[in-house]
Design a protein around this ligand. Structure first.
Ligand SMILES: [Zn+2]
Length: 394
């Protein structure tokens, strides 16, 4: 390692959960420490969280970011606390969160490498959350292609491949690494590289993120979703939990559709024209959807939102199923007869407030309460997009 390069602790000792440091700078409730222990975020990886122990009291760190002055740690405390420069603090990482980011980030390097090798498909953007990876690809991949890539990735993960973190100066980078770098090259004075595999490895990327030492720590990658150019993957226990939930849903669905079929047969046999039976099937399906909302959620302004187009579903069916709705969601449904329904189990965004704004924009008729409201969307172009814009304004 080149002597003149100072390597931050988050690169040097990524598995250490605690460290003693000193306060070196104070700006209100934001502190700098002598140790670069918390990752300030970057390269698609979110910043670390954790706590500090100062004067025998524990304070959560709610944000870590870097500016031209250094790495700032935002401290949460209700009371006014006098931090003092030079004083010792114990820095404690939210290790579970960090470790899940490390696994997700390393998984992304592996998958991006395979997509390029198999399909000459580049990764345009990558984001990580706990056990989660979103990859935006340069070409539209088929489900078969993606599954083949994931299968290959899981083989490599199972074989126990090492990951190396390399830090060099620009001269050495140009001389020894630049020509075999995948993706963007670096002009920085100090270049940090992540290599998959031993010796010269099989993949080399300029990356400031934090990675696991061995790909086997990931345990496995599972496909969560594939939409046009976006690949959503889950790793480790997040993947396994998801796979089991999906299986459970499939089993419930199989049971439901079977029951529905039996009733349909019965209906035809008895020459009944009883639409209540079909209706009750819909309610059952809706109830299942409402109790598993997390599978469809998208996040807008930190709100968990779900959009459905269910042209066969009417108000009564939605109201019956709404009892099953879990806390903290906003559900938007375009239902029968061009009526848009909004259901909210999130206090911060009442359904009638959203409808109120839609009424102002469209001039159509509607109304409701905090939990349930509706509006006619006749002559409204792309109503779901309109609702999305309204939600963004909250
Ligand atoms: Zn990276």
């Amino acid at each position: 390692m080149d002597k003149e390069i100072s390597i931050p602790a988050y690169w040097k000792i990524p598995y250490q959960e605690e460290m003693i440091g000193k306060i070196t700078k104070i700006r209100g409730k934001e502190l700098q420490f002598s140790q670069k222990f918390f990752y300030p975020g970057g390269g698609g990886q979110l910043s670390d969280r954790g706590t500090i122990i100062y004067a025998d009291k524990e304070f959560p760190i709610i944000d870590v970011y870097k500016d031209e002055e250094g790495i700032w740690h935002k401290i949460k405390s209700k009371e006014k606390i006098e931090f003092e420069e030079g004083k010792e603090v114990l820095l404690k990482l939210d290790w579970e969160r960090r470790y899940s980011f490390m696994k997700a980030h390393s998984s992304q390097h592996l998958i991006s490498h395979i997509l390029e090798e198999f399909y000459q498909c580049k990764t345009l953007k990558a984001n990580f959350e706990e056990g989660k990876i979103d990859i935006e690809t340069s070409i539209k991949l088929s489900l078969e292609q993606v599954l083949k890539a994931i299968e290959h990735a899981n083989d490599i993960i199972n074989s126990g491949t090492k990951i190396e973190s390399i830090v060099v100066n620009q001269e050495k980078y140009k001389r020894e690494f630049k020509q075999r770098t995948r993706g963007k090259t670096s002009d920085e004075k100090t270049v940090r590289l992540i290599q998959l595999g031993e010796d010269e490895g099989f993949d080399l990327v300029c990356c400031g993120g934090i990675h696991v030492k061995n790909l086997s720590e990931i345990n496995g990658i599972i496909l969560e979703n594939l939409k046009a150019y976006t690949l959503k993957l889950l790793v480790d226990q997040y993947g396994l939990t998801f796979a089991n939930q999906q299986r459970k849903m499939m089993i419930v669905l199989e049971e439901l559709t079977q029951k529905k079929d039996e009733k349909l047969v019965e209906m035809i046999q008895n020459k009944l024209n009883n639409f209540d039976i079909l209706q009750s099937g819909n309610v059952k399906l809706l109830k299942m959807i409402f109790s598993n909302l997390q599978h469809w959620k998208i996040t807008i302004n930190r709100l968990s939102c779900i959009f459905f187009e269910l042209p066969e579903i009417d108000r009564q069916a939605i109201l019956s199923a709404a009892k099953e709705m879990i806390e903290g969601f906003l559900v938007v449904i375009v239902g029968k007869n061009e009526i848009l329904y909004i259901l909210s189990s999130d206090e911060s965004i009442p359904a009638n407030e959203v409808i109120k704004k839609l009424l102002e924009i469209t001039g159509n008729k509607g109304g409701g309460n905090k939990a349930f409201a509706q509006i006619s969307i006749q002559k409204v172009e792309n109503p779901l997009k309109l609702v999305e814009d309204v939600i963004k304004s909250f």
